[in-house]
Design a protein around this ligand. Structure first.
Ligand code: AMP
Length: 220
């Protein structure tokens, strides 16, 4: 399947994309993760990315489009893929359409996780993760057994530098101005799946799986 997840920062895209992609045997491609890796590696591109992510701003379209085109050309994307966090602007969505049209492999579903802003700030600012095994926690909704330490491997948990209240608010503003129009974009193409993202991660996952199964049945 070729799927993407849309949603505001903190709406659960990252958590859901890992589960959905694993259950379908396709790679989950998170542009946010690719960007954070480049920043950690200290590459020239990483330094440029950081100047945007540090301010809660979107990275310029041309850089993102090139990065995703390279990633989608890898062999593991042949059976399908799940994009998490791309596209985030109309020009990115148009570029993705062109890339997929060249291979006659159009997108089948754009899942939008709907969560109100006030909930998002609390969700995002409380997020913590294990830098070693990637397990996600939340200081209120899913705390580790020992404060600040990963249950599985005992590594000290970290907080994303852009998960502060000010930066989450800037990211929400960017979402409203540049990403929100994609809901109408995919609705017009008849592939939008709009879901209520306010529930436990397990409940949201079941909602997504059932909507995707219906989509597969309808297009089979
Ligand atoms: P995320 O982990 O998806 O929340 O992304 C973290 C940050 O990376 C965002 O706030 C943006 O600065 C940047 N980013 C991720 N994906 C994109 C994209 N498709 N276009 C532009 N910037 C992006």
């Amino acid at each position: 399947m070729r799927i993407l997840l849309l949603g505001k920062p903190g709406s659960g895209k990252g958590t859901q994309s890992k589960h959905i992609a694993a259950s379908r045997g396709i790679p989950a491609i998170s542009t946010g993760d690719l960007i954070r890796q480049a920043i950690r590696d200290g590459t020239e591109l990483g330094v440029r990315f950081k100047s945007f992510t540090d301010r809660g701003l979107l990275v310029p379209d041309d850089l993102m489009i090139e990065m995703v085109a390279e990633r989608l050309a890898k062999p593991d994307c042949k059976p399908g893929f799940l994009l998490d966090g791309f596209p985030r602007t109309v020009p990115q969505a148009e570029a993705l359409d062109r890339m997929l049209a060249e291979k006659a492999t159009p997108l089948q579903a754009a899942v939008n996780l709907d969560v109100p802003d006030d909930i998002l700030v609390e969700r995002a600012t409380g997020r913590r993760s294990c830098p070693k095994d990637g397990t996600s926690y939340h200081i209120k909704f899913k705390p580790p057994k020992t404060l600040g330490v990963c249950d599985a491997c005992g590594t000290a948990l970290i907080q994303r530098p852009d998960d502060t209240e000010d930066l989450v608010k800037s990211r929400l503003e960017e979402y409203r101005n540049k990403t929100q129009p994609l809901v109408a974009f995919y609705q017009a193409r008849g592939i939008l799946i709009d879901l209520d993202g306010v529930a436990t991660p397990e409940q949201v996952e079941r909602r997504i799986e059932s909507a995707l199964n219906n989509t597969v049945r309808a297009t089979a």
